[in-house]
Design a protein around this ligand. Structure first.
Ligand SMILES: Nc1ncnc2c1ncn2[C@@H]1O[C@H](COP(=O)(O)OP(=O)(O)OP(=O)(O)O)[C@@H](O)[C@H]1O
Length: 306
């Protein structure tokens, strides 16, 4: 077996119940070595719960879970050293200075990052001697990421890592994730509500809804599951038109054949991950889920295709 085929996370029939609320009903998936997997889903779908179970911070109700060959519910310190975690909520180290804190945490790992390199990698060099409580929200988030990767983890969990980051910090974070995956071979599982970020970072996207994984694949594979979502806009005789169609090429051809050069400003927008996501999540809601609203009515203003 090559390292790329090695299963790093193996989840089968995972269930989680809080009181009487069944949040995870039957979650089954695998993650292989070196993959960057993004877990998407509406608020309250159970993404953080899933991550916390995989991290060994939460005890599941049922199902089989193996992370790096171990059940996280019974993991030991050497296992913890191989797993990096960036939680959604901030753990307070307010009195520590940034460099000091990272140097201290490095002592707990067999092969930590060089502290100054790490501080630079997360863009905190100018704040290295500041106390943590003096950092801005986005700077604290960068520090969270540094704390998560300080031990050079084989497997990194990131729960909404870019929430609160400005566009520059977000871009730098994306570059850092790409470096960790490409140069250091880190397997990464992250959650986000930013679909552009998911598309950019992940080799694979999983959508969690109604307690189950309702879609699992590359952004392209997910897009192929929905049809009829190309959006076509054009102008004619000073009026603007808009239409969604499964065959935008044919529509464009028909428009030009019928109206010739009076058709201007033709724009075709292929389905994005956002379209795919909304469509899949709404399909699931129509099929019995309850959390999301009904699909918005389609815009009917386009000219009929001939
Ligand atoms: N400790 C808890 N006790 C009871 N219910 C909980 C607990 N933690 C989470 N829940 C509930 O479980 C459901 C899933 O929560 P979770 O935080 O896993 O969702 P999420 O997909 O991460 O949401 P978000 O996108 O809003 O962060 C929610 O309905 C939440 O209210």
């Amino acid at each position: 077996m090559t390292t790329a085929e090695r299963v790093v996370i193996d989840v089968d029939g995972l269930r989680m119940t809080y009181g009487t609320a069944e949040v995870l009903k039957d979650v089954t998936f695998r993650v292989r070595h070196g993959e960057v997997v993004c877990l998407l889903g509406p608020n309250g779908a159970g993404k953080t719960t899933t991550l916390e179970i995989l991290e060994g911070f939460r005890t599941r109700s049922a199902g089989r879970v193996e992370v790096l060959g171990t059940d996280p519910a019974h993991a030991d310190e050497p296992w913890r050293a191989r797993v990096g975690v960036v939680l959604q909520s901030w753990r307070d180290h307010g009195r520590w200075r940034v460099r000091e804190l990272l140097a201290h945490l490095a002592l707990y790992y067999p092969r930590p990052w060089d502290t100054d390199e790490l501080v630079a990698a997360v863009g905190l060099t100018a704040q290295a001697d500041k106390k943590v409580r003096m950092l801005s929200g986005g700077q604290r988030r960068r520090l969270d990421v540094a704390v998560g990767i300080v031990g050079h983890p084989e497997l990194l969990f990131l729960d909404e890592p870019t929430a609160g980051l400005d566009p520059v910090a977000r871009r730098e974070f994306h570059d850092l994730v790409a470096r960790l995956a490409d140069e250091q071979d880190t397997t990464i599982v992250l959650t986000t509500h930013d679909l552009h970020e998911a598309q950019k970072l992940a080799n694979r996207i999983m959508i969690l809804k109604g307690g189950r994984i309702i879609a699992d694949g590359t952004a392209q594979e997910l897009a192929e599951r929905i049809v009829g979502e190309d959006e076509v806009r054009w102008s004619r005789d000073g009026l603007q038109y808009h239409r969604t169609t499964s065959d935008s090429t044919k529509l464009a051809f028909d428009l030009f054949r019928q109206y010739g050069e009076s058709v201007t400003d033709l724009e075709i927008r292929k389905a994005t991950l956002e379209d795919t996501y909304l469509s899949l999540v709404r399909q699931q809601a129509d099929a019995g889920g309850a959390e999301t609203g009904a699909a918005a009515p389609a815009d009917e203003t386009g000219e009929p295709a001939r």
